[in-house]
Ligand binder design. Structure first.
Ligand SMILES: [Zn+2]
Length: 122
């Protein structure tokens, strides 16, 4: 049997019943049923922490509205969503305490100059 997973919040001794996943490129935090496997860019949370989670400024939270409990294997829609976004969240996983910065300073468009092709002179 697996040993129960703990909440990932500092100093919290409670058992994890939910998994938080950050979808960085959509600025969305998904709180879903406990994931089957712990992954580096997901965070297990106990029920009080899962319910009290608030998104950083500019982020949305998608929260599982049912009971949080150590889940039997089900094919819940939200599980599927959480798995899908977990796949999409591979690059640049933020830590929860590091994403207070503005997430909208996106990639810069490197458009520069109005270059023309000058035909070679003979
Ligand atoms: Zn906790």
């Amino acid at each position: 049997m697996r040993s129960p997973r703990r909440c990932s919040r500092n100093g919290c001794p409670r058992q994890a019943v939910a998994t938080l996943t950050y979808v960085y490129n959509e600025s969305t935090a998904v709180v879903g049923p406990l994931a089957a496997f712990a992954e580096p860019h997901t965070y297990d949370l106990c029920e009080p922490h899962a319910r009290s989670l608030t998104a950083p400024r500019g982020w949305d939270v998608v929260r599982h509205e049912g009971e949080f409990e150590p889940p039997p294997p089900t094919t819940d829609d939200l599980v599927a969503l959480a798995e899908a976004v977990r796949e999409a969240a591979r690059p640049a996983p933020p830590r929860p305490d590091e994403i207070e910065n503005d997430p909208h300073s996106g990639p810069q468009t490197g458009r520069r100059g109005h270059l023309r092709v000058i035909p070679p002179s003979h």
